[in-house]
Design a protein around this ligand. Structure first.
Ligand code: GDP
Ligand code: MG
Length: 329
């Protein structure tokens, strides 16, 4: 069975609303990236060098990233040769297969969070200003709460008063408490109090917001180290996850931020926000392939339930499903 048929069966038969979310959230990327590939496939009669060159161009424009594109196209060429594919239309499903393969290569657990089943799980959120840290914390708090978990938030972005208020608004919306200090206070002190509060209230999950000042790498490193030290001293093994939030609409800039943060602290996973706001959704693949950090969640909108566990099959299905329907009719 072709990949597309398998994915279609998997996601339509189950009435999976999450793959619908991916489809909706990827509208812009689909209009840009997938339609260009469809157009390419329909314009060529044979799969030749020119075909691959145009394909490279489309992939690069979709922010898949130079290295990843080169790797992908190299493998495509080999596969096309091996299977003796002549018709460009048949290349489309190979492209999708390779996209999923690139994502799934590597053996670490891709999307699961390191959750402590008995005891407190501390998750630290890092990333520059405006990428969506606070929003992601609100969405994740909602997700954990609806799973019956006892959730607490720590207002570690003490740099701006607005940031503390914003987290409180999310706390009220979701129905979880926020531990905060005054604007300008030491974020490490907020974390200390938050950990104590989480302990005494027997919380399951503590989600920690931080400021996104990226003055320079040394300051960033010092600030994050101090926060982590305080948390770790109180709870050995914590923080259990350090999630770097990146804004998908910033394209290659997001990759540069990922490099900086990776050097400054141990990032365990990435949340790629605002995937709904970009036509260049290929950035997911670039981040995965070039940074070797798993994308654990993607943001597909501003609402509470717009955070989704990243699933490469759903992503690829979301990108190509319309085209597949057409070619299989
Ligand atoms: P922070 O400075 O990193 O805490 O970023 P915020 O959480 O304040 O988010 C900045 C802006 O991005 C806000 O207006 C959010 O509503 C918006 N935002 C965050 N995540 C998403 C997303 O997945 N999709 C869209 N469309 N907007 C988002
Ligand atoms: Mg914030």
């Amino acid at each position: 069975m072709s990949l597309f048929k398998r994915l279609k069966n998997k996601f339509t038969a189950s009435g999976d609303s999450i793959s619908e979310k991916f489809k909706e959230g990827l509208v812009k990327t689909r209009d840009n990236f997938s339609n260009k590939i469809n157009d390419l496939v329909s314009r060529y009669r044979t799969v030749d060098e020119d075909f691959f060159e145009e394909l490279e161009e489309i992939l690069i424009q979709a922010d898949v990233g130079f290295e990843t594109v080169m790797e992908l196209v190299e493998e495509l060429k080999m596969e096309v040769k091996k299977r003796n594919i002549k018709d460009p239309a048949d290349v489309q499903s190979v492209i999708s297969e390779k996209l999923i393969e690139i994502y799934e290569s590597g053996d670490e657990n891709l999307s699961t969070l390191n959750i402590q089943e008995d005891g407190l799980t501390v998750i630290l959120f890092v990333g520059v200003n405006g990428v969506g840290k606070t929003t992601t914390i609100g969405k994740l708090a909602h997700k954990f709460k609806s799973e019956g978990k006892n959730v607490l938030l720590a207002a570690g972005d003490t740099f701006r008063a607005g940031a503390i208020d914003q987290l409180e608004v999310w706390g009220e919306r979701v129905g979880v408490d926020v531990i905060k200090h005054a604007e300008g206070s030491d974020p490490a002190a907020v974390m200390y109090d938050a950990v104590q509060a989480a302990r005494s209230r027997k919380a399951d999950i503590l989600l920690c917001d931080t400021a996104g000042r990226l003055q320079n790498k040394v300051n960033l490193m010092n600030e994050l180290e101090k926060i982590k030290r305080v948390i770790e001293r109180e709870i050995p093994g914590a923080p259990h996850e350090v999630l770097l939030v990146l804004d998908a609409t910033t394209g290659q800039n997001a990759l540069i931020q990922a490099k900086t943060f990776k050097e400054a602290t141990d990032v365990s996973g990435i949340v790629l926000s605002k995937l709904d706001g970009t036509a260049k959704g290929g950035i997911v693949l670039a981040i995965r392939n070039e940074m070797n950090i798993p994308v654990k969640f993607v943001g597909l909108g501003e609402k509470m339930d717009d955070l989704q566990v990243f699933d490469p099959e759903k992503y690829v299905y979301g990108l190509f499903s319309d085209a597949i329907e057409k070619t299989e009719e």
